[in-house]
Design a protein around this ligand. Structure first.
Ligand code: SAH
Ligand code: SF4
Length: 343
């Protein structure tokens, strides 16, 4: 008989498993607490569960069926995990800490590879394999918690894949993250290259997590050169879809802007962005380009990024420059390839 998997299951699902194992249903609550509150990684630790039931669990269940294939720790304490799923496919996720803040942020993947193919992104270069299931998404957070013994406080869908092209599973994962893992909806951010039908669906369901748009260009012409999705969903239409979303949900969106030297970083272009974002309730987050095995691109100087930021600030939007995390282990934005690296 195939073993039942326990982690990332709802209480109701755990009750069914416990019944199948011939144990009283109420034991599921204990199991739920060992998994979601105490981050147990083996049955021996479950000391308030009878020896007999623990034996039964050992014989017939697994806490998880996903393996940590590789773990790398950066000098800034960022941890990157390469996970192997049951079918042998692999994806990466990253646990980030920021000094002076108690927050622990999990950056999770939503797909194996990505079909969008942005030219500056290592994931985009690796092609698309398949969507991750909701459990495969939630397990990334559970694995980080079990591995470190620490509670994740924030989740960003900024790993591999385009979350809005896997929306059913992403929404189901967000429900589980909320109800079982216990992370509030306002602490979850979904980043997208701008898939209009999915943005409309988020509007219709009054989506309360933060939506972040990867803008990365001041206009259609430049955007289509670096983000092929622009040919399908024009930036002006994406911005209107975002305005509709903000109107419906009352939630401010984030605009992400990966700044690349001599591609999208001129001060004229900064002014164009100010115009483009007029009337949109948003914060702007500038991401200095990270090297992603792409020799043709470079990051602008810090001084230049500050000048660019200064112009964007005239828009009265809040503008921040993203702190780089984990670049020495290729864990920073755009560097996840989902492949084994020699360390
Ligand atoms: N697929 C989603 C989420 C994943 S990436 C999306 O594109 O929005 C998280 C952010 O990093 C996105 O804004 C993405 O465009 C950006 N990014 C990709 N490659 C990058 C690179 N090489 N340097 C800096 N940011 C990059
Ligand atoms: Fe996909 Fe996002 Fe990378 Fe573009 S930036 S290829 S959408 S993961």
């Amino acid at each position: 008989m195939e073993k039942f998997v326990l982690s990332s299951k709802t209480l109701a699902e755990l009750e069914n498993i416990v019944s199948e194992l011939g144990e009283p249903k109420f034991r599921a609550k204990q199991l739920h607490s060992w998994i979601y509150t105490k981050f147990a990684s083996d049955f021996e630790a479950m000391t308030d569960i009878s020896k007999k039931f623990r034996e039964n669990l050992k014989q017939n269940t697994l806490i998880t069926d996903i393996k940590i294939k590789q773990r790398q720790i950066s000098s800034d304490k960022t941890i990157k995990y390469l996970l192997e799923y049951v079918d042998g496919n692999m994806a990466e996720c990253v646990l980030m800490r920021f000094d002076n803040r108690p927050n622990l942020t999990a950056c999770v993947s939503s797909q194996i590879g990505c079909p969008v193919g942005c030219v500056f992104c290592a994931t985009g270069k690796s092609g698309f394999v398949r969507n991750l299931t909701s459990r495969e998404i939630v397990e990334q957070i559970m694995i980080m918690q079990r591995d470190t013994g620490l509670r994740v406080s924030n989740v960003v869908f900024m790993g591999q894949g385009e979350p809005l092209l896997n929306l059913d599973n992403v929404l189901e994962a967000i429900n589980l993250i909320n109800s079982e893992v216990g992370i509030g909806i306002r602490r979850i951010t979904v980043s997208t290259s701008g898939i209009i039908p999915a943005l409309k669906r988020l509007r219709d369901i009054n989506f309360q997590a933060t939506v972040a748009l990867s803008l990365h260009a001041p206009n259609h012409q430049i955007r289509e050169k670096i983000m092929p999705i622009e040919k399908k969903y024009n930036i002006n239409d994406v911005i209107s879809a975002l305005k509709d979303l903000v109107n419906a949900t009352g939630r401010r969106v984030t605009i992400e802007y990966t700044i690349i030297k001599n591609v999208n970083d001129s001060l004229e272009q900064a002014k164009e962005i100010v115009n483009l974002l007029k009337g949109l309730h948003c914060n702007i987050n500038i991401i200095p380009y990270n090297n992603a095995c792409n020799a043709e691109f470079e990051k602008p100087s810090e001084e230049h990024i500050n000048k660019f930021k200064f112009i964007l600030e005239r828009s009265s939007h809040k503008v921040t420059v993203r702190l780089e995390r984990g670049s020495d282990i290729d864990a920073a934005c755009g560097q996840l390839s989902g492949k084994i690296k020699n360390v």
